[in-house]
Design a binder for this molecule. Structure first.
Ligand code: F6R
Length: 250
């Protein structure tokens, strides 16, 4: 696992932008896995800027988002569909037919989950997966558990996640309790993974991800087994990493 230590949120976003923009430049028909939440907003702003200033071309890019709340219609401003269109898709030239986000309103959720994994496979798999990390070390909405849930599935959000995401809603009770999320194996099958982490409240999760034992109790720890995983953490998020983790020394 490679660790990039950034001085600030801004620098973290710039480092992530270099990786994503480089991926698209080198392989214009890349398949990207994308995350929502506060953390990647700077990355999306930068990618929009790179598109508008030097014409980074998304016309052949295919995207798959990690997750969506169950029961949330795409036009609901709190949905991840809405978030992605507002922050990214509506401002670059990704083709609408190449955008994929789990369907929170699917009538048959297990069938929709299976179809999502199949669709990813049929597009040749994910080249680069962007991740954030929860305070409880979740990735996607894979919450701490006794086992790793492999494939795209329905999840019940942890109380900690509901509290953390309440900032996007008027009342905590408005936060949906269920979501559809890519599974751990879906994420691990991506050829490259880049996880972004910013802020002191993520420091413990980052420590568990980088140097804790690999365990479903800290889902991000699975990335230690990924052949090409990079964590970009700002100083606050890296605050609990031991010195030897940062220098690579034994
Ligand atoms: C979002 C997602 C989540 C978030 C995580 C951090 O699509 O999959 O794992 O990345 O909850 O959220 P923020 O960035 O809002 O702290």
């Amino acid at each position: 696992m490679r660790i990039i230590l950034a001085d600030s949120y801004k620098e973290m976003s710039i480092e992530a932008t270099k990786i994503v923009a480089g991926q698209i430049y080198l392989k214009p028909a890349s398949v990207l896995g994308l995350a929502t939440g506060s953390t990647p907003e700077g990355l999306y702003d930068n990618l929009v800027a790179v598109h508008k200033t030097i014409g980074l071309d998304f016309s052949q890019v295919t995207t798959f988002n990690l997750d969506e709340y169950i029961g949330m219609a795409p036009e609901n401003p709190q949905s991840y569909h809405y978030f992605m269109h507002r922050h990214f898709f509506d401002q670059v030239n990704v083709r609408p037919e190449n955008i994929h986000i789990p369907d929170g309103c699917a009538e048959d959720v297990p069938a929709a989950c299976r179809a999502y994994d199949k669709l990813i496979q049929s597009k040749g798999g994910i080249d680069l997966q962007v991740l954030g990390i929860g305070r409880n070390a979740h990735i996607g909405f894979n919450e701490p558990d006794v086992k790793f849930e492999a494939r795209t599935h329905k999840v019940r959000l942890d109380d900690e996640t509901i509290q953390a995401n309440a900032r996007f809603f008027e009342e905590e009770e408005d936060v949906p309790r269920y979501a559809i999320s890519m599974g751990i194996k879906t994420i691990m099958l991506a050829r490259r993974v880049v996880l972004l982490a910013s802020g002191r409240e993520k420091a413990e999760a980052v420590r568990k991800a980088v140097c804790g034992s690999v365990s479903p109790a800290a889902p991000a720890s699975i990335l230690q087994l990924h052949p090409d995983a990079t964590i970009i953490a700002d100083r606050a998020a890296a605050a609990e990493l031991p010195e030897d983790c940062l220098t690579g020394e034994e």
